[in-house]
Write a protein that binds this ligand. Structure first.
Ligand SMILES: CC(C)(COP(=O)(O)OP(=O)(O)OC[C@H]1O[C@@H](n2cnc3c(N)ncnc32)[C@H](O)[C@@H]1OP(=O)(O)O)[C@@H](O)C(=O)NCCC(=O)NCCS
Length: 186
């Protein structure tokens, strides 16, 4: 049964890839889809690594780029239901990342705070093997280091180093994590 499910997800991915290709999405391998496929609005560039898995059992994932935007999703990363990624400049999600449900990663604030401020647009980078748990929001300009974890519901407003658990609004370091360079989170 598990094997049939795996094959069905792979076939679904293979059937969807030509449509995304026409929308300008480029692939470094096949994508795997569980549930409905993400909605793609691509005015810039989207590049997906090998065997990225999208799940949409509780709402479709939304991927979008502005005209100068680049969205990179690393190999074997997992994107759960109802995530929203928007790249006005650049969003890079590293290899083997795990992204929980309802996570927002947007490198643009879209509105100015008052008449003296500009709209904030700054690239976002997640390193390798980063776990972003459910309902977290990653703000413009943030980098998160390899193997780090963002706890559920966090709002990440500044950058963090490798191998830390961060949590809260705004997110702060809870503790350091143990992870060798080649360790991949289950
Ligand atoms: C971070 C997490 C993994 C717990 O890690 P943990 O090492 O067991 O952490 P603990 O429960 O011991 O909590 C450690 C501290 O962090 C705080 N903390 C834990 N999770 C938090 C969160 N989501 N937001 C804010 N603070 C949090 C705790 O209150 C505690 O603070 P204290 O030391 O002042 O009491 C868990 O809280 C979490 O967010 N899980 C994600 C679940 C999820 O989204 N799963 C779907 C994934 S795709």
């Amino acid at each position: 049964m598990a094997r049939i499910t795996r094959v069905a997800r792979s076939l679904k991915g293979l059937c969807t890839m030509p449509f995304w290709w026409l929308a300008g999405v480029r692939f470094q391998g096949r994508v795997v889809l569980q549930g409905r496929s993400p909605t793609v609005h691509n005015e810039g560039r989207i590049v997906m690594g090998q065997r990225v898995l999208f799940r949409a059992t509780h709402g479709r994932v939304r991927l979008s780029t502005g005209p100068d935007g680049l969205l990179l999703i690393g190999k074997r990363s997992f994107i759960n239901s109802n995530c929203n990624f928007h790249a006005t400049k650049r969003i890079e999600i590293g290899d083997y990342c795990l992204i929980g449900e309802n996570v927002v990663i947007d490198d643009c604030s879209h509105h100015s705070i008052d008449q003296t401020s500009d709209i904030k647009m700054e690239p976002i980078k997640l390193g390798k093997n980063v776990w972003v748990a459910n309902n977290a929001t990653i703000m413009p300009g943030v980098s998160i280091g390899d193997h780090s974890v963002v706890a559920a519901g966090s709002v990440v407003t500044r950058s963090f180093e490798d191998r830390v658990l961060i949590a809260g609004v705004p997110a702060r370091v809870i503790r350091k994590l143990t992870a060798s360079d080649d360790w991949i989170r289950r």
